[in-house]
Design a protein. Structure first.
Length: 374
């Protein structure tokens, strides 16, 4: 008999194939974490800004951001490719690259700070008799411990990216019968200018789509190049469509004046369960939002730590930053003061211009280096 009859087929033919599959899995998990983080920031922004300033057509503001999100992710991968898989920040030179890392470290920390603020608001809504300080402090310590093991957060995101939308979606299903298509009118809400203003403000939520390719991690850089742009586009589509659906269902449940009324951030984030009035829906909404915000918080801290470590000229990530940064976010979030809230409303939209400006500088560095080649 032919000896080939006894041969078995396998997807892994050699070490090169195995290495490639490992890189693809790493890239898939990183983009999964990015989708959760960006989706979490967009959900926070919907409750924090869109309900009051754009109201029912807030979902249109988010849908209009999809082309910008796809462009941002693709452009960051182009920069990574120009850097040969190495740190894209070095396209601008060592000194400028460290300065860029410092700026991006601040924008990543703003992501973490906003997630911490939303977590406190959620605790205040679910447990009004309890101070949010202790739960947030516990979350900060848990995050610091989890980040001591580099890939733990990405593996957790792989699980949560199915569970979180599922929990929030089931809660939404219980609330849908209480809504009405009439609440979607007027379709333009306060008018087109308010929708465009919502686009500008919510643009800051997109900055997370460029962070994976700009991280100073050569192993991750090589993995993202192997994974290609398909994973990046999927992350952008998934995060923004999830946030747009969240805003659209909110508009279905309450009319213009209902969304715009002066409720707390925690109440607005728990809107689905408020309309549903079901204890099961309440638990699903609370659990889904809690894990979504924890993932966004952890991603912001981890990426800020990496950027700040690179800005300090250190290889890898300074472990003390993984403890210090989450604890640094606790006081402002736990106090929930009006000045801090005003500062967040002012600073959060600047995340996208800051990231886009850094990428523009890196692109100029890439073009200049290419022009110097013989």
């Amino acid at each position: 008999m032919n000896g080939s009859v006894f041969q078995t087929g396998t997807a892994v033919h050699d070490l090169s194939s195995l290495y490639r599959q490992e890189k693809q899995a790493l890239a898939r998990n990183e983009w999964g974490l990015t989708a959760l983080s960006v989706g979490g920031q967009a959900v926070i922004g919907t409750a924090f800004y869109l309900y009051a300033h754009v109201s029912t057509p807030g979902y249109i503001s988010i849908l209009l951001l999809i082309p910008a999100g796809l462009l941002l992710a693709s452009f960051s991968l182009w920069l990574l490719k120009r850097a040969g898989g190495g740190p894209a920040l070095l396209l601008a030179g060592n000194a400028a690259g460290r300065g860029a890392a410092l700026v991006l470290g601040v924008t990543c920390f703003l992501d973490a700070q906003m997630a911490a603020w939303a977590l406190c608001a959620l605790v205040g809504e679910a447990l009004p008799q309890m101070s949010p300080l202790l739960p947030l402090l516990g979350a900060a310590l848990m995050t610091g411990a989890a980040l001591q093991e580099g890939g733990g957060l990405r593996r957790l995101a792989r699980l949560l990216r199915a569970l979180v939308p599922g929990a929030i979606g089931l809660c939404a299903l219980t609330a849908l019968p209480h809504g009405s298509p009439r609440y979607l009118a007027p379709w333009m809400g306060y008018g087109i200018p308010s929708i465009l203003q919502g686009v500008l403000w919510m643009g800051g939520c997109l900055s997370g789509l460029c962070y994976p390719a700009l991280m100073p991690d050569e192993k991750m850089g090589g993995a993202l190049l192997i994974g290609g742009g398909r994973m990046a586009r999927r992350a952008a589509w998934g995060a923004l469509l999830f946030a747009a659906a969240y805003a659209l269902i909110s508009a279905w449940l309450l009319p213009v004046y209902g969304l715009a009324r002066p409720e707390s951030l925690g109440w607005r984030m728990m809107l689905f369960s408020k309309v549903s009035a079901s204890s099961v829906a309440w638990a699903l909404c609370l659990g889904g939002l809690t894990f979504l915000l924890l993932a966004a918080f952890g991603a912001g801290v981890q990426r800020s730590g990496r950027m700040l470590s690179f800005a300090a000229g250190k290889q890898g990530c300074l472990q003390w930053l993984m403890w210090g940064l989450p604890l640094l976010a606790v006081p402002a979030a736990a106090l929930q003061t009006v000045p801090v809230e005003k500062a967040l409303r002012l600073l959060l939209p600047l995340r996208l211009p800051m990231a886009a400006g850094i990428m523009g500088i890196l692109a100029l560095g890439a073009i200049r280096k290419r022009g110097k080649k013989p």
